[in-house]
Design a protein. Structure first.
Lengths: 424, 264
C-alpha cells in the first residue's frame, strides 16, 4: 500500500467494477502485490496465525453460544452435559474453543516478543504497536469473561478475585471501589447478573478486537513491515510481493501451528485446564488455591508481589500501561537487537523474567524454595521479577539506547545476502 | 560387636525418623496402567460393564451420576450394552414422575409418584436434595460422579488410590476424627466416606474375581468414561486430523521451497 497502486484491471467486468467499487484493487494492493521485505523469518508468521486464531475463536464461539445457557443455575450443565455430551461434536467445538484461547495467547506472546526484539514499535511504526497493545488488553478481557462462562469453581472464584480488585479504590475514596465492584457485578455478589453481562461482553469484545485488528493491519501497510535487520527497504531487490511468497510461507507455518493445536485438542484437551473448573461453582466453598489461566500468571505474580492491595493493583495496571510508552522509552536509533549487543542480553533476561513471574504466579502465595537450610520465599522472586519488569522498560530501554554502541547495520537487505553468496 | 549393636540401634532409630510421614500431606496417587491412556487408548469394554455394576450396586447408594443417561450405556464408545439391555436397565430404576391425570404428585400414602425409567432418563440421584444427602452421611456431601475423574488432580489414579486407600494404620499420634476414616491419599487424611469396596462386594458375571483392586479398576474405568464419554471418538478423529495436517504441512513445505527457490 505504501506507494502507488499497481493494479491493472484486465477484463471488461473488472474495469467496470474498479470504477465503482475498487475492491479488487484493494485486495491486490493489500495482499497480492503488497511489497514485503524478502528476509522475514519464522517469527513473522505469527501475525497471520493470530488472524486465523481470531477467526477460529469467533466461529467456534458463535456455535457454542447457540447451546450455552448464561444462567447460574444452568450454565455448568449446559456446558458439561449439553455441549460436551449431547450436541453433535459439541465436545470438539468446546475443546477447540477452550484450547484456542491458550493457543491464541501463545501466538500473541511470540508476536509481541518478536516485535520487542526487532524494534518493530519504533518510528514510523508506533501506532501499529499502540493498536497491538490495545488488542492484547482486549484479548485479556475477553479471555477473562470467557473463563467465567462454564461456571466452574475456578470461573466463579477467578471472577470474584479479579472484580474485587476494584475495591482497592476504597483506600483512595471510601466506598468508591466497593460501589464500582457492585456495579460490575450487578448484584452484591458474583451471581446470575454477573454471568449474564460477562456472556454479553464475551460475545461483543471479539468483534471490537476484529475492528482494531483491521486498524492494526492498516497501520502496518502504510510504512510496510519491519524486518529482522530493522532497516528500511532500499529498492526492488529488497522486496517480494506478499503473494505468493508470504502466503505460502505463512500457510506452511500455520499448518505446523495447527498441528500442535490439534495435538492438544485431541490428545490433551485438559492440559491447560484446572481440575477445579469441573466442579460446579459454589459460593460457599472457596478452592484451596485460586489460580488464573497460564497466560495471566505473570501479572498475577506482580499483583501478589506487593503486600498492600492498592499498590498491587496499581502495579498490575502499571505493567500494562507501561507497554503504551515503549516506542518513546527506547532511545536507540538501531531497531533490531541483532545489532544491539547490550539490549539483546537484556531482552533475553526480560523474556526469562516473564517466565519466572509466570512460574511464581502458578505457585501458592506462601510458597518457598528450600536450598539446604535456607528458605527462599517465592514472593521475593516475584518482587525481584516485578522490579526487573519495570526497570527494563523505564530505565534500561532509555539509558541503554544512549550508551550502547550498536554494531554496524547493513546498507540494505539485499547487500548482506549478496555478500554471503560472494557476489559482492 | 559391642559397638556394632548400639550403632545398629542408632541407625534403626535414624531410619525410623526418616520414614516418619508428614501426615499433613496426602500421598501422591498410585500410578496405574489404564487402557484409555495414550493417543490410541480405548476403554476396556469388560471393565466398563463391570464398573457399571460396581457403580450400580455400591457407589450409587450415596453418589449421583446426574449427567449420564441410560441411552449413553448403549452409545458408541461406551460400555457397549445393546439398546434392549439399556432399556431393561433403565426400566429397573424408579424415576420421579410428573403430576398424573388428576394432578396428583403423590400417592395415597404421600409418597412421590414414580414411573419406570426410559432411555432418555438420567441416573436418578440417591437423595432428594443436598440436605438429605448430608443428613445420611454424617454431614458430608457425597459428590456427583459424572465428572469426578476430570475434577480431581491425578484423575483416574487419584480416584483409584482413594477407593483402595483404606485399612492402613494411622501413624502414631495421628488423630482420626470421630465418624471419619483414615485414608492417606485424601487431603487431610480424614475422609467421611467409609471403605466403599470389599472382597466380594459384587459378583461379576464374567467370572472376574471380585477383589478390591479388580472392583476399583473396573469402576474407575467406568467413571473415566462417564467423565469423558466421547474420548474414543476424539482419539479416532484426532488420528485422521493429525494425518491430514502432516500431509498438508508436507505439501505446503514443498510449495514453499518451490516458490522461494532462487529468491533467498
Amino acid at each position: 500500500m505504501a506507494g502507488q497502486s499497481t493494479y491493472v484491471p484486465k477484463t471488461g467486468f473488472t474495469r467496470w467494477l474498479d470504477a465503482r467499487l475498487p475492491i479488487l484493487r484493494f485486495i491486490d494492493d493489500t495482499i497480492t502485490s503488497y511489497p514485503t521485505p524478502k528476509n522475514l523469518n519464522f517469527w513473522y508468521t505469527f501475525g497471520g496465525i493470530l488472524a486465523f486464531m481470531l477467526g477460529v475463536q469467533i466461529v467456534t464461539g458463535i456455535v457454542l453460544a447457540m447451546h450455552y445457557v448464561p444462567s447460574s443455575d444452568f450454565a455448568f450443565q449446559s456446558v458439561e452435559q449439553r455441549i460436551m455430551r449431547e450436541v453433535n461434536y459439541g465436545w470438539l467445538i468446546r475443546y477447540i474453543h477452550s484450547n484456542g484461547a491458550s493457543m491464541f495467547f501463545l501466538a500473541v506472546y511470540i508476536h509481541i516478543f518478536r516485535g520487542l526484539y526487532y524494534g518493530s514499535y519504533k518510528a514510523p511504526r508506533e501506532v501499529i504497536w499502540l493498536l497491538g497493545v490495545l488488542i492484547y488488553i482486549l484479548m485479556m478481557a475477553t479471555a477473562f469473561f470467557g473463563y467465567v462462562l462454564p461456571w466452574g469453581q475456578m470461573s466463579f472464584w477467578g471472577a470474584t478475585v479479579i472484580t474485587s480488585l476494584f475495591s482497592a479504590l476504597d483506600q483512595i475514596i471510601p466506598h468508591l471501589g466497593s460501589a464500582i465492584t457492585t456495579w460490575l457485578w450487578g448484584d452484591f455478589a458474583v451471581g446470575d447478573a454477573t454471568l449474564n453481562r460477562f456472556f454479553s461482553l464475551h460475545y461483543l469484545v471479539p468483534f471490537i478486537i476484529a475492528g482494531v485488528v483491521v486498524l492494526h493491519i492498516w497501520a502496518l501497510h502504510v510504512p510496510g513491515n519491519n524486518n529482522p535487520l530493522g532497516i528500511d527497504l532500499k529498492g526492488p531487490q529488497d522486496k517480494v510481493p506478499f503473494h505468493p511468497y508470504y502466503t505460502v510461507k505463512d500457510a506452511f507455518y500455520l499448518s505446523l501451528f495447527v498441528l500442535v493445536y490439534a495435538g492438544i485438542v485431541f490428545y490433551a484437551p485438559n492440559f491447560f485446564g484446572n481440575p477445579d473448573n469441573y466442579i460446579q461453582a459454589n459460593p460457599l466453598v472457596t478452592p484451596t488455591d485460586i489460580v488464573p489461566e497460564w497466560y495471566l500468571l505473570p501479572f498475577y505474580a506482580m499483583l501478589r508481589s506487593v503486600p498492600q492491595k492498592l499498590i498491587g493493583v496499581l502495579v498490575l495496571v502499571g505493567s500494562l500501561v507501561t507497554l503504551v510508552f515503549v516506542p518513546w522509552l527506547d532511545t536507540s536509533k538501531t531497531r533490531s537487537c541483532r545489532f544491539r549487543p547490550v539490549m539483546k542480553q537484556l531482552f533475553w533476561i526480560f523474556a526469562a523474567d516473564c517466565v519466572l513471574l509466570g512460574y511464581v504466579g502458578s505457585q501458592t502465595a506462601d510458597a518457598a524454595w528450600h536450598l539446604g537450610d535456607m528458605e527462599l520465599p517465592l514472593v521475593w522472586l516475584a518482587q525481584l521479577g516485578t522490579l526487573y519488569y519495570f526497570a527494563f522498560f523505564w530505565l534500561l530501554m532509555p539509558f541503554v539506547g544512549w550508551f550502547e554502541r550498536p554494531r554496524p547495520v547493513p546498507e540494505s537487505i539485499a547487500q548482506p545476502v549478496l555478500a554471503k553468496e560472494g557476489a559482492l | 560387636m559391642r559397638i556394632a549393636i548400639p550403632l545398629l540401634a542408632l541407625a534403626a532409630s535414624v531410619a525410623g525418623a526418616a520414614v516418619a510421614e508428614d501426615t499433613s500431606q496426602a500421598l501422591p496417587p498410585k500410578e496405574m496402567a489404564w487402557s484409555f491412556q495414550g493417543p490410541f487408548g480405548t476403554y476396556d469394554r469388560g471393565a466398563l460393564q463391570r464398573g457399571f455394576q460396581v457403580y450400580k450396586e455400591v457407589c450409587s447408594a450415596c453418589h449421583s451420576l446426574n449427567m449420564v443417561s441410560f441411552a449413553d450405556l448403549a452409545a458408541p464408545g461406551g460400555p457397549g450394552f445393546t439398546e434392549a439391555q439399556a432399556k431393561v436397565i433403565a426400566a429397573g430404576y424408579k424415576i420421579a414422575a410428573g403430576p398424573n391425570d388428576k394432578g396428583e404428585t403423590t400417592d395415597a400414602n404421600g409418597n412421590r409418584l414414580t414411573r419406570p425409567g426410559i432411555l432418555a432418563d438420567h441416573f436418578p440421584p440417591p437423595f432428594a436434595n443436598e440436605e438429605a444427602a448430608r443428613a445420611s452421611n454424617g454431614g458430608a456431601l457425597p459428590p456427583d460422579l459424572s465428572l469426578i475423574i476430570k475434577a480431581r488432580e491425578g484423575g483416574p489414579d487419584y480416584v483409584y488410590s482413594i477407593i483402595t486407600g483404606f485399612g492402613h494404620k494411622p501413624p502414631r499420634g495421628f488423630a482420626v476424627q470421630q465418624g471419619k476414616y483414615y485414608n492417606p491419599w485424601f487431603a487431610g487424611r480424614n475422609i467421611s466416606m467409609p471403605p466403599p469396596l470389599a472382597k466380594g462386594s459384587v459378583t461379576f458375571s464374567d467370572g472376574t474375581p471380585a477383589t478390591i483392586p479388580n472392583e476399583a479398576k473396573s469402576v474407575v474405568t467406568f467413571l473415566s468414561w462417564a467423565s469423558e464419554p466421547k474420548m474414543e471418538q476424539r482419539h479416532r478423529i484426532g488420528l485422521q486430523a493429525m494425518a491430514f495436517l502432516v500431509l498438508l504441512s508436507g505439501l505446503l513445505f514443498l510449495s514453499y521451497r518451490k516458490v522461494w527457490h532462487g529468491r533467498h
